[in-house]
Write a protein that binds this ligand. Structure first.
Ligand code: ZN
Length: 741
């Protein structure tokens, strides 16, 4: 048994959080012994050897959505679940998925170069040899197009990069931009470029970010070699994910589909990803001003902004095919509360062989599902129904999971307790993102699970890292707070439809930080690469199955579901503080810049022989009225603490109704209006950023109004969000009342 002994991490922890301080106790289990025995049995059944052998099978051929091998994998996964005793259904959807017919990129003048757009076969990795089924490098949901124009270098292509370009007097209207991968989700780059008037986007991976500057390149080392290209979707997921033609509705017979030219999540301009080998001649041909120092990459040339004299032609044509995708859904009916569902998923489609992304997470899920089934056979059937899902078409835009949630939304909103997601995995530290109502629950798990390399708990290993390499703020929090903050979720994997559309408490679990790589979404995400560099021996695969499976089993068996609310209230206070600081900083910055402009400082400080000019005057930032949010949060904090205290010492007579209220609590943080301009996103606490993509925006209505300088809307959004939180506090208050009865 791998239980971790009681260790005092700080005063708060001792008082409120340490589960082992008074004998063995677990959130939600009046008597934890039985559950801990069950977990020990579960853990003993996990197998690195089997994960490795499943990985070999599932990564033997490219298995993107719609491919032959993708279908084979779905069937292979379904058969395993069937063998283990699950009720299995393969749910299909018909979705739009473009694949490239023509990809052309050339430098037309002042010199000529035609981009190769192909990745090299590498010695020692047989997976890179057979090209029949390989998807060539492309960005899914780029529009067709054939454009020729001058080139402009836009660094990472994020809003602040365009602000600086404007100060250089560079307008990208009618130009083709070349941007580095990184700093934002890739779909933001063509979206922003199009808004700025560009007619095409090229994205490349600079070796400074994940190539030779970071370490030896593949096959000598893990990092990106000169021919490697990151594929990926560029659909406008911050608007809505899933099938581009059926927003908010399942892509099944009978659903009305948009015509393709009306689908708002397809890019407006053509976009193509390339290698640094192909980027180098284009960048070398750029003239104009030398880039600011922070924009310089690692290629052996001086980077220039352009525009021109480099002129490039970008010509793309796609087969806009309708394909069938296959979600594998496996159920194990609960023994006591079959109508309450604990959901657990990982996608099975990859861009090519997909050994890290997604198969490393998929085989951990399979290992988990088998061990849970063994428990059930031995008479330890979980109390709640567990639903395992292997999603298809995650890579092109979270399509399989989104369509499934849209199809089953009514039932899910009534019955789903929580959704636990995994995706790619590698060696290193536990990383947990999720709903703050599950923060104490996940902290307890971090203390329960052992790190395979160091034999201490995941929690202790995280603490040691913060002490060694954390910021001052993290170190202070470690001492004062007790629990680790679990990070709020933006987007980037299949939890999005569950959390942000359906309002189901969710988490995303994984390990990382030590498994090096530049293989993400390239031809080199192979079994060979993965087992050399990312998780040799699949030890962290077993750790992931341990972490996610223990979470699933605890949620499935708890007498009282382990939701707690004080941590949520405290995190919301923290976010409110961030918003106030955001507004204060913006105000101070506007005053500072406008003051310097008035004084004529830029004219004196900037080199008059260079193109960089003064920034434009800033909009003055008014003082906002945060009082409604402050009041709502004071109330919420009080009610949340009182509910947590009641939950801690009650053994409720009627856990059924209480549990229902606990798991429905996340729904109360959503609103049917959704967010401004994107009503698919209903959660009012967590959303992916409209201009960052994967990056989370907490309290998004207020935060994005300030960031977008829509200052006249801020007070209204504060009021809206405060109302949601006040309703939520009332909901918790009624729940306290229920336990008291
Ligand atoms: Zn993935």
């Amino acid at each position: 048994m791998n239980m971790v002994p009681a260790i005092a991490h700080g005063a708060l922890l001792l008082l409120f959080a340490s589960p082992f301080a008074q004998g063995e106790s677990l959130l939600g289990f009046p008597d934890a012994r039985e559950q801990l025995e069950r977990e020990a049995e579960y853990r003993a059944a996990l197998s690195a050897e089997d994960q490795q052998s499943w990985s070999k099978t599932l990564t033997a051929q490219p298995h993107h959505a719609g491919s032959e091998y993708g279908r084979f994998n779905a069937e292979f996964i379904a058969e395993r679940f069937l063998d283990w005793g699950y009720d299995v259904e393969v749910e299909v959807f018909d979705i739009l998925l473009p694949v490239p017919l023509k990809r052309h990129l050339s430098l037309e003048s002042p010199t000529r170069y035609t981009a190769v757009l192909m990745e090299d076969v590498v010695a020692g990795d047989v997976s890179t040899e057979d090209r029949d089924e390989v998807l060539p490098p492309y960005n899914a949901f780029s529009v067709d197009g054939d454009v020729t124009a001058e080139l402009v270098f836009v660094n990472y292509g994020i809003p602040e990069d365009y602000e600086l370009l404007e100060r250089y007097g560079i307008d990208v209207t009618g130009k083709i931009v070349i941007a580095k991968y990184g700093k934002s989700w890739r779909g933001i780059k063509p979206k922003l470029a199009a808004e700025k008037g560009a007619i095409g986007t090229i994205i490349y991976s600079d070796p400074a970010d994940d190539g030779f500057s970071r370490g030896d390149v593949y096959p000598e080392g893990a990092f990106k070699n000169a021919s490697g290209v990151q594929r990926g979707s560029v659909m406008d997921m911050p608007l809505y994910p899933g099938d581009v033609l059926t927003p908010g509705k399942p892509a099944i017979k009978g659903t009305r589909r948009l015509s393709r030219n009306k689908a708002p999540t397809i890019t407006r301009i053509p976009v193509l990803p390339i290698s640094y080998k192909d980027a180098q001649p284009l960048l070398r041909a750029l003239g104009g001003e030398v880039v600011p120092l922070e924009w310089q990459g690692a290629l052996p040339l001086t980077y220039h902004l352009g525009p021109g004299p480099a002129r490039v032609r970008l010509a793309l044509e796609f087969d806009w095919q309708r394909i069938t995708i296959r979600n594998v859904i496996a159920r194990l009916e609960g023994s006591a509360y079959p109508e309450e569902w604990v959901l657990r998923g990982n996608h099975h489609d990859g861009w090519n062989h997909g050994a890290a992304d997604p198969i490393s997470g998929m085989v951990a899920l399979l290992d988990e599902a088998r061990a849970v089934a063994l428990l059930a056979k031995a008479g330890e059937r979980p109390k709640r129904t567990i639903v395992y899902a292997a999603w298809d078409a995650e890579e092109p835009g979270l399509i399989g999971s989104t369509e499934w949630v849209e199809k089953h939304i009514d039932q899910l909103q009534k019955q789903a307790v929580a959704y636990i997601n995994t995706d790619g995995n590698s060696r290193g530290f536990a990383s947990i993102g999720g709903s703050h109502t599950l923060e104490p629950f996940f902290n307890e798990l971090l203390r329960s699970i052992t790190d395979p390399q160091t034999d201490v708990s995941l929690d202790e290993r995280l603490r040691a890292r913060i002490r060694v390499a954390g910021t001052d703020e993290q170190r202070d929090e470690l001492k004062e707070r007790g629990d680790h903050r679990i990070s709020p979720l933006g987007s980037g994997s299949d939890y999005t439809p569950f959390l942000q559309h359906a309002g189901i408490a969710s988490a995303n679990l994984g390990f990382g930080g030590e498994g090096m790589g530049g293989s993400y979404h390239t031809l080199y995400d192979t079994f060979e690469h993965f087992s050399r560099f990312r998780d040799p021996g699949f030890r962290y695969g077993v750790a992931l199955a341990d972490l996610a499976g223990t979470a699933t089993l605890r949620l499935a068996n708890a007498e009282v579901l382990p939701f707690r609310f004080g941590g949520l209230a405290e995190n919301l206070q923290h976010y409110l503080g961030e918003l106030q600081k955001l507004a204060d900083d913006a105000r101070a910055e506007a005053l500072r810049i406008n003051g310097m402009l008035d004084a004529g400082d830029y004219a004196l400080a900037l080199d008059p022989t260079k193109a960089l000019t003064a920034p434009p005057a800033k909009k003055a930032v008014p003082h906002f009225n945060f009082a409604p949010l402050e009041n709502a949060l004071s109330e919420l904090t009080e009610v949340a603490q009182s509910l947590d205290a009641t939950l801690a010492d009650s053994d409720p007579a009627n856990p059924g109704e209480l549990n229902r209220r606990l798991y429905l609590s996340e729904r109360a943080l959503t609103s049917p209006d959704g967010l401004p301009g994107r009503d698919w996103y209903r959660h009012q606490v967590y959303a992916p950023g409209f201009y960052t993509g994967y990056g989370v925006k907490t309290l998004p209505r207020v935060r994005e109004a300030i960031e977008a300088e829509h200052y006249d809307e801020v007070d209204e959004e504060i009021g809206y969000t405060a109302e949601v939180l006040t309703r939520f506090a009332a909901y918790l208050d009624e729940t306290v009342g229920l336990i008291g009865e």
